[in-house]
Design a protein around this ligand. Structure first.
Ligand code: PMV
Length: 351
């Protein structure tokens, strides 16, 4: 007897962090494939928790989605579309009724990109459900497969499946890297980079003026496309050497170059657009002054928005937090900042 003729039900829950890219993924081709390799750190504080209650025996895939306890129809539709596109790979999906509940640790309107944590948590849950009800689909490495699924939902989400420094995108120098899924970085990490902290200063908590999907699309036909791909590849290779040698000043130069280049690409897109705000510029200038006056190896990176991520080694926590509280806090919207950093990666929560 087909085991699916007998309805089964159960639930799975995963908690998954967001990540911040040091070398940025910007531009894609084909089905969510990156035009250049990227490297990120997976955070600990900014997480999404997703629970899926599933029931087999449905005559089609149905999805109810609750965000922070309330129905969220538009994201529910996006999830349904994403999962419907996976039915050819996971036929069992078409017989499932899914009740998905999700919540974030970071404030809803903090301007933190939630798609990386959201799609990685969702993909880990979906793959757990699929493997529970059709165990013969479990031949491939679980995390690799979850990363591929997450990438199809949101490119950067594929990197949130692993803790630490994570790479997504082929590099001819490293055979393990793939355009289809992310993997942990394939180099030894110097002790000075093993406990990287990330203070996220919230400059503007509103929705982004231009979303990342539109931004990726503007890279097609971008006048700097070829130069950008070359730059990202070089920064990836250099960052690999720096992560193992422990060279702080090269690390800072590469990370800040990537952040400003990302926004430079937006400025030079057609149409061009600007996501940095006055406070973003002020924070950047003040970080550079603080660094040259104190010698603290503090640097910044930016996502596709105005908020600023301050990266620094754990041993500098006291001085950096003092600098934020005494000075930078004036640029934060309602004094908001998130004390984040590298963490343990996703974890499955028991019911
Ligand atoms: O994963 P997406 O489609 O939200 O794009 C993420 C793009 C950046 O955050 C700007 C860079 C990156 O590599 O995460």
């Amino acid at each position: 007897m087909n085991q699916l003729t007998k309805p089964t039900e159960g639930s799975v829950t995963w908690q998954t962090p967001s990540n911040i890219a040091l070398v940025k993924y910007w531009g894609k081709h084909g089905v969510q494939l990156p035009i250049n390799p990227s490297l990120s750190i997976t955070l600990r504080q900014s997480t999404t928790t997703t629970e899926i209650k599933y029931q087999t025996g449905s005559d089609k895939l149905t999805v109810d989605f609750l965000f922070e306890g309330k129905p969220e129809l538009s994201f529910g539709e996006r999830i349904k579309k994403f999962l419907s596109a996976q039915i050819s790979v996971y036929p069992v999906l078409k017989e499932l009724h899914l009740k998905i509940s999700s919540s974030n640790t970071f404030p809803h309107s903090s301007g933190i990109a939630s798609s990386a944590s959201a799609f990685s948590a969702l993909s880990l849950c979906i793959l757990s459900v699929v493997r529970k009800i059709s165990p013969n689909q479990g031949e491939r490495d679980f995390l690799e497969e979850a990363s591929e699924l997450a990438r199809l939902g949101s490119g950067s989400a594929g990197r949130s499946i692993y803790a630490g420094y994570v790479v997504w995108g082929e590099m001819k120098e490293y055979k393990a890297y793939s355009d289809y899924f992310a993997v942990p970085v394939q180099t030894k990490i110097h002790p000075d980079f093993q406990d990287m902290q990330d203070a996220i200063l919230i400059v503007n908590s509103g929705r982004k003026k231009v979303g990342s999907s539109a931004g990726h699309n503007l890279m097609a036909g971008h006048p700097y496309l070829k130069a950008r791909i070359d730059q990202a590849r070089k920064n990836m290779n250099d960052l690999h050497s720096v992560l193992s040698s422990g060279d702080q000043s090269r690390f800072i130069a590469i990370v800040e170059n990537e952040a400003l280049s990302l926004h430079g690409l937006m400025l030079a897109s057609n149409p061009g657009y600007l996501l940095m705000e006055e406070s973003t510029y002020k924070i950047i200038e003040d970080i550079r002054t603080f660094r040259s006056e104190t010698g603290v190896p503090l640097c910044f990176t930016l996502d596709a928005g105005p908020n600023v991520h301050l990266l620094y080694p754990d041993k500098e926590k006291g001085r950096v937090k003092g600098f934020i509280k005494d000075h930078l806090i004036r640029y934060c919207s309602n004094g908001q900042w998130i004390d984040d950093g590298m963490g343990e990666g996703p974890r499955e929560l028991q019911a």
